[in-house]
Design a protein around this ligand. Structure first.
Ligand code: AFP
Length: 337
């Protein structure tokens, strides 16, 4: 007799469709189709990342993006892959990509009712040495009576209807929320499908790991300086210090935090007054996922998902992860008006 679990695989599409049938009876199926386009983008990028060194796809593209950062060849290719997959899905009205200065408004014949904000390949500085990188995305529904405008994406993260990321590392895992918890699906490269491997991800309420670019510590404010000192030199002598882990790819650092607990931080500092990470396609999707997994995400002084972005590439400081760890940094900020 066959092992039923191995012949009855739960693919991402099957799982999302099942959720639609059970929990959203009135749904049209458009979000499921949009997620199929995103999966295709992730599989295509994963395949390019795996063979990048073999097909001369490492190195610079000799261009720079809106942040003034040099684009890698893979940044440009990943962006084209997602823009094409999303546009042709027929489900998208507006796209915002880290790699494009302006929002992209889809032509009327292809237009759908969703807006997708995304960082096609996050962690570019890690591409050429084969360290984990990833894609991050968030999805809004266009407002009633809108056919897709900038105001449909310049909204608080709490209005997103879905968000996720896909890791490109020792394996590719797509982690997704549609607002009913968080699930992780690992790419089976032999059958070309994302398979449910991490059902109902729950972040531990407290962790033992912190992730921050410690090299910036001379620029930190008082709250940050005191907080990170408290992790390394706990006031209670019976407590062990936290371990430090920092990949420098948000997707990899957040994925570890989702599974093991702890805190991921990119604070504002005297050099980067608003921090480094972009609200729409880095902070919001990750904050949505973390909250759905039982964790917390803050700017230090405000719930991350309540921020109202003024421009599509605006930045924010962010601290996210285990609930109690994030509450600790919030307390340090509260004590420092
Ligand atoms: P790159 O894409 O330029 O490598 O930046 C990655 C990133 O946006 C995010 O993924 C990391 O968490 C963060 O920046 C790392 O920034 P630092 O290099 O300043 O620590």
């Amino acid at each position: 007799m066959s092992d039923h679990t191995k012949t009855n695989l739960i693919t991402l599409t099957r799982h999302v469709f099942q959720d639609q049938v059970e929990n959203y009876k009135e749904a049209s199926g458009d979000l499921t189709l949009l997620l199929t386009a995103i999966q295709i983008g992730c599989k295509f990028v994963a395949s390019n990342v795996r063979k990048a060194s073999l097909i001369s796809m490492t190195g610079l593209a000799n261009s720079s993006n809106i942040q003034g950062e040099e684009q890698k060849k893979l940044d440009v290719i990943a962006n084209e892959i997602f823009v094409n997959a999303l546009r042709s899905s027929g489900k998208v009205a507006v796209m915002v990509s880290e790699e494009d200065e302006e929002a992209i408004f889809v032509e009327s014949q292809y237009q759908g009712k969703y807006c997708v904000v995304f960082d096609p390949l996050d962690g570019s500085s890690n591409i050429d040495c084969g360290v984990s990188i990833g894609t991050i995305f968030g999805i809004y529904k266009v407002k009633e009576d809108s056919t897709g405008q900038l105001s449909d994406v310049l909204r608080p993260g709490s209005e997103m209807v879905a968000a996720g990321y896909c890791t490109y590392g020792s394996c590719s895992t797509l982690v997704l929320t549609t607002g009913q918890g968080v699930n992780g699906y690992t790419l089976d490269t032999e059958i070309g499908e994302f398979i449910l491997t991490h059902p109902n991800i729950q972040i531990p309420s407290r962790g033992k790991i912190y992730a921050v670019n410690e090299g910036n510590s001379k620029y930190w404010d008082g709250a940050c300086t005191k907080y990170f000192h408290s992790l390394k030199f706990p006031a209670d002598p019976k407590k062990s210090p936290y371990s430090a882990r920092y990949v420098g790819s948000m997707v990899a650092d957040v994925h570890r935090t989702m599974l093991y607990g702890g805190i991921f931080c990119y604070p504002a500092d005297s050099k980067s007054k608003n921090g480094k990470l972009r609200i729409l396609y880095e902070c919001f999707p990750m904050a949505f996922l973390v909250e759905q997994a039982g964790g917390r995400a803050t700017t230090g002084r405000k719930r991350m998902l309540d921020v109202h972005p003024e421009t599509i590439h605006a930045r924010s400081p962010i601290f996210l992860g285990s609930k109690e760890d994030v509450q600790d940094i919030e307390a340090f900020y509260k004590a420092e008006p």
